[in-house]
Design a protein around this ligand. Structure first.
Ligand code: SF4
Length: 374
């Protein structure tokens, strides 16, 4: 699979620390540089037939449909698509106007991941989103009118501007809009964000973990009652609408990340990441030099990664695979630790897969971290 990172946004959301620029001055140069990177790295994937192409960001819907087409065409010069390929575009509600959607519906893009975050004005203002509550809803209906049924929306819970009642309304609207996939995250205060600044100055209160915990488990029960599978801590899907891109990532498949700050993984022990700087990225690619750093993952790194990713999913960690892959040294500590946690009820083994029972998923990252090799 291939990930294309589009490093531009209209404005900076208050909670975001992803890599992007709010100036579009070098958009053309960026697209040319990304095409160059696709060309230079065309041999890197073992499998040239793609199951998934994912436009992430930043804000990919800031591109024109011609630019989206041209990037897809570039990918198709060196790779082919499997018959049922998933081509996802992350889009912000304010970009999903009729003209854009009409043109996009004629492109190979067959899945939209919409950055809705909330259907409530107060939440959107606090998050400094570029869309309002009415666009949050109308953009989804418009996308469906243009035939985009394979839709995912992002929702954020646990904001100081919200409460359980508002969260319930957000989920009710999601169900009423018949959206088949939801990615939902707790609002977190990241370093160097406006949110961190407001919290440190006492302008807003820190998001409360107990509220987030309550809203997380309300969502879990509510969405399951409405036919969703909770297949990863932050992801819910109706049957047939699981994200192929994310599922492949959670199953340790190889992927190629193109664009500034994009990460790549060879499926075993090599990870690389591109420089998180638009100018530098363009400059290097213009000189035919890849703007990436590479790391060989130690046995310990690979083990920790497998535990961290696997325990966040419904599939868990395949113990047979783990036993084959890792040395006794690593497994001895792990086997002792998991026994303790199984007795405590925060881990379980099912069909030789180690899992966290869903009622403890809110704490999944902490439970996984306790099993890390350090
Ligand atoms: S649109 Fe997305 S990437 Fe851009 S600032 Fe907002 S959250 Fe971050």
């Amino acid at each position: 699979m291939i990930y294309l990172h589009i490093p531009f946004c209209k404005q900076k959301c208050s909670y975001c620390n992803f890599h992007f620029s709010t100036s579009l001055q070098f958009k053309d140069e960026m697209i040319s540089a990304m095409k160059k990177e696709i060309f230079l790295r065309k041999e890197e994937l073992q499998n040239n037939s793609l199951k998934s192409l994912y436009f992430g960001g930043g804000t990919p819907s800031i591109l024109t449909t011609d630019e989206i087409h041209s990037l897809i065409d570039e990918v198709l010069k060196y790779f082919s698509f499997e018959k049922d390929v998933e081509i996802t575009l992350e889009a912000n509600p304010d970009d999903l106007n009729r003209t854009f959607l009409k043109d996009l519906s004629k492109s190979p893009v067959n899945r939209l991941s919409i950055g809705t975050q909330s259907f409530f004005e107060e939440d959107l203002k606090l998050m400094n989103r570029a869309h309002n509550a009415s666009e949050a809803e109308s953009s989804i209906k418009r996308a469906q009118d243009f035939g985009f049924d394979n839709l995912s929306i992002d929702l954020i819970y646990g904001s100081p501007s919200s409460n359980l009642e508002i969260w319930k309304e957000n989920l009710n609207k999601t169900i009423a809009l018949e959206i088949p996939h939801i990615s939902s995250y707790a609002l977190t205060v990241e370093p160097k964000t406006a949110l961190e600044n407001w919290v440190s100055k006492g302008k807003i209160s820190t998001p409360k973990e107990e509220d987030q915990n309550l809203e997380f488990y309300y969502m879990t029960d509510f969405l399951k009652d409405h036919g969703f599978e909770h297949y990863e801590v932050s992801n819910f899907a109706k049957s047939g609408f699981h994200s192929r891109h994310n599922s492949a990532y959670w199953k340790y498949k190889e992927y190629l990340g193109i664009g500034p700050s994009a990460h790549s993984y060879n499926g075993t022990d090599v990870r690389s990441w591109n420089v998180a700087n638009n100018q530098q990225y363009i400059k290097q690619l213009n000189s035919n030099i890849l703007a990436k750093e590479t790391e060989i993952l130690s046995e310990q790194d690979q083990f920790n990664e497998m535990i961290m990713i696997g325990l966040r999913t419904i599939w868990g960690v395949d113990l047979e695979n783990l036993n084959q892959k890792f040395s006794e040294n690593i497994l001895n500590y792990f086997n002792k630790e998991i026994q303790n946690k199984i007795e405590e009820g925060i881990l379980e083994i099912e069909n030789n897969h180690l899992k966290i029972p869903e009622k403890h998923w809110f704490m999944a990252d902490g439970i996984a971290a306790d099993l890390f090799q350090v």
